[in-house]
Design a protein around this ligand. Structure first.
Ligand SMILES: N[C@@H](CCC(=O)N[C@@H](CS)C(=O)NCC(=O)O)C(=O)O
Length: 209
């Protein structure tokens, strides 16, 4: 049994953040599938782990973390990897964690949700697309002269942003129009320990029927 247990689902970008952090830091973990497709996130057993009924959750001893960004920060402290050093770096990494919430969470991730599970193209999609377009524009410009999002090295800022960046095509974007983001994704995929969502969060019934 590993020290950490990750409760998560492979279709969840927030879950993938934490799974990536565990994998990239070489941290062993037990994986507990919480199947969002059959409502297991609202089953009494899981609500004891996370009363909010959401994934991911990360257990380490008696501590249970229920926010993906807390998990990233906690694991930087535990492993000494991918974290900022000093307040200048904290602020720059924090910009990208905030970006992941403000532009990816409320933009690209919602667009993908609308396309996969919602009404598809339409006014709701267009509303989120304004946010997504703005965020991708900021990121594409930034990556024109930065190899990594903050501090000149891979940090939890990159780990926070990578999962939803892989939803771009499902969200309706032509990724070839964002060559700097595509090149950053390639650099990210080359990091030692990298795995896909399904590598890190195995699911027997995939794609879900
Ligand atoms: N603020 C949370 C958000 C977690 C979240 O929204 N998880 C989604 C999957 S990506 C979920 O569990 N949704 C199921 C539901 O809301 O019923 C985090 O950063 O971890």
């Amino acid at each position: 049994m590993a020290d950490y247990t990750l409760y998560a689902h492979p279709r969840s970008g927030n879950s993938y953040r934490v799974a990536l952090m565990l994998a990239l830091t070489g941290t062993q973990y037990d994986f507990e599938l919480v199947d969002l497709m059959d409502g297991s996130n609202l089953a009494p057993d899981f609500l004891k782990v996370n009363p909010l009924g959401k994934v991911p959750a990360l257990r380490h001893g008696d501590l249970v973390l229920r926010q993906s960004h807390d998990c990233l920060r906690y694991l930087t402290e535990q492993t000494g990897q991918f974290g900022p050093k000093g307040w200048d770096e904290e602020a720059r990494v924090g910009d990208w964690i905030g970006f992941a919430i403000d532009f990816f969470g409320y933009g690209v991730a919602r667009m993908r949700f609308e396309m996969n599970f919602g009404a598809g193209p339409g006014p709701v999609y267009d509303f989120f697309k304004k946010v997504g377009d703005r965020g991708l524009g900021v990121m594409e410009t930034h990556l024109a002269d930065h190899e990594w999002l903050a501090c000149g090295r891979p940090t939890i800022g990159d780990i926070a942003c990578f999962p939803v960046s892989t939803f771009m095509s499902d969200a309706g974007y032509d990724v070839t129009k964002y060559p700097n983001i595509a090149a950053w994704q390639d650099r990210f995929r080359a990091l030692p320990g990298f795995g896909s969502q399904l590598d890190l969060m195995p699911h027997d019934n995939w794609p879900p029927k």
